[in-house]
Design a binder for this molecule. Sequence first.
Ligand SMILES: C[S@@+](CC[C@H](N)C(=O)[O-])C[C@H]1O[C@@H](n2cnc3c(N)ncnc32)[C@H](O)[C@@H]1O
Length: 297
Amino acid sequence: MPGVRFSQAWRDTAQRLADAGLSFGQGTEDASQEAAWMLVHSLGWPLLESFARLPALQRRVVPEAALRRLHELLEQRLRTRRPLAYLLGEAWLHGQRFLCDERAIVPRSLIAELLDQGLEPWLRAAPARIADICTGGASLAILAAQRWPGAEVTACDISEPALQLARANVEWHGLDRRVHLLRSDLFEAFEPEQRFDLVLCNPPYVNESSMRALPREFLHEPRLALAGGDDGMDLVRRLLREAPARLRPQGVLVVEIGHERAHFEAAFPRLPVHWLPVSAGDDAVFLVEAAALEARA
Ligand SMILES: C[S@@+](CC[C@H](N)C(=O)[O-])C[C@H]1O[C@@H](n2cnc3c(N)ncnc32)[C@H](O)[C@@H]1O
């Protein structure tokens, strides 16, 4: 009797995920993508290579042991509503693997999409000093360090557990000599003279009413990483106050604010920012130049 083929296992798993009304958006976009990840993981195949050739894998037979692993993973996902990345202890962003658990959110920052183009035309030269504020598990700090091999990166978070995870990721990527981790409330613990060419920040920006409506999956993530106060802008207000003193004259600040553009514009009606197009649209990430922040300050 022929065994279960990849195509069937994928379809059945995706159907179970879809029928259960789960939420996605923490490293996967939908039931189909999540089912493929579960299946490839259960098979012990390399993720990126497998995703690149999914059509060619459809007729492969899935061994019994892999089917059992898939079944267990699926049941766990359905029962606990933990994000798949937490169940597997790993997440993928921009083609890179990151260790991942409840100490920080599942890495998915839209800022990662912008690094390849080098933030042109705003960054006029490769940045020598980069800060990643609110670094969580350090995914953006690591991607920035890889993108600009000559740069020193300072990455901070207020959460010690998040920093422990960040440390593990920085070591895993072999970047401990160039990515410096710091426990800090925004820039508070930075050296007084530290200035940066590029400051990245994916802060907690979910407004209070959205926080109350979060799907169960997102309640597994640290509240500190998501909640941005009544209008989502609590941390952004402080960041924009502190950033001018931390940017070099040609420096830029890049901030992700998700679906909170209306709140942002209400809070900063006259600040000239550039909205950078990303896969989620052109109102989720903005860039502001040091001079514009300075003029406002
Ligand atoms: C949305 S998460 C972003 C994590 C990571 N940069 C990413 O993109 O995956 C926000 C992070 O900000 C940290 N955080 C919250 N308040 C902070 C503060 N006042 N200073 C520094 N970090 C803070 C949280 O601990 C959390 O790790």
